[in-house]
Design a protein around this ligand. Structure first.
Ligand SMILES: [Zn+2]
Length: 244
């Protein structure tokens, strides 16, 4: 979404985001969730740097809803909010992209080459960060039916990431939609980035752009903030399995 089309300046938008973040944080801190640390509490990220990947970007917009919503923009909005909320807790974070761009090398020419280069570079960026924990943010779509909805968390590596994925799935269910019966699921080599990185990682499909109600919800700043707050809560309350 272009800021100018809303008639809202960059600072106005930032102020809105800050207000929403404060509301979301107060909301979560008031909930009786003993695992969620307070602002004054110690970060429970166990030395991890949370690498936040807003999926797609630039010419590669990802999935597109029937209303014309492009996935890459929603991914970025949620990623920026997740970064801001984790920052409030003093967590170390790295955003792979902060604007609507592809991360390909300058010599990539075709869209296919740019996409391949972008994914290769994302892998290299993640791999270069010590003690990384990757959260890749995407939106789902289903061709042929508009009824599917609900956030779902995916993982590739059983040992390092399954527990976090299941924990995040449960927090998303509790926070956003108690009727969401989706389970955390293994990707089994179908997503290049997830297959090629070696750190703990989850990929979050926040909702279905092919579902008109969820598409409308995902476009709102309030729901984007709620998603980010739920993910932050999941990360901060995650207790990794002890190393063998
Ligand atoms: Zn995607």
């Amino acid at each position: 979404m272009k800021i100018e089309e809303n008639g809202m300046c960059r600072w106005g938008r930032r102020a809105t985001i800050v207000v929403l973040l404060v509301i979301a944080t107060i909301h979560f801190l008031r909930r009786p969730a003993p695992n969620v640390p307070t602002l004054a509490g110690q970060t429970q990220l166990h030395g991890f740097t949370v690498v936040i990947d807003a999926g797609h970007g630039g010419e590669d917009g990802g999935a597109v809803s029937p209303s014309g919503t492009v996935e890459s923009g929603i991914n970025l909005e949620i990623a920026l909010r997740l970064d801001a909320i984790l920052g409030l807790y003093g967590a170390d974070t790295v955003l792979l992209r902060t604007e609507d761009i592809s991360l390909h090398d300058p010599d990539a020419q075709t869209l296919r080459e740019k996409k391949a280069s972008d994914l290769h570079n994302r892998v290299e960026m993640v791999e270069s960060i010590p003690n990384a924990l990757l959260v890749s943010i995407h939106q789902n779509t289903y061709t042929g039916s508009r009824r599917y909805h609900g956030a779902q968390v995916f993982y590739e590596d059983e040992v390092s990431s399954r527990q976090l994925a299941e924990h995040a799935q449960e927090i998303l269910r509790q926070s956003l939609d108690p009727a969401n019966t989706r389970q955390a699921a293994k990707l089994s080599g179908t997503v290049y980035l997830m297959e090629h990185i070696t750190c703990p990682a989850i990929l979050v499909e926040c909702g279905f752009l092919s579902n008109p109600e969820e598409d409308a919800l995902l476009r709102t700043a309030a729901y984007q903030t709620k998603l980010a707050a739920a993910l932050a809560s999941a990360l901060l309350s995650h207790v990794p399995m002890a190393e063998e």
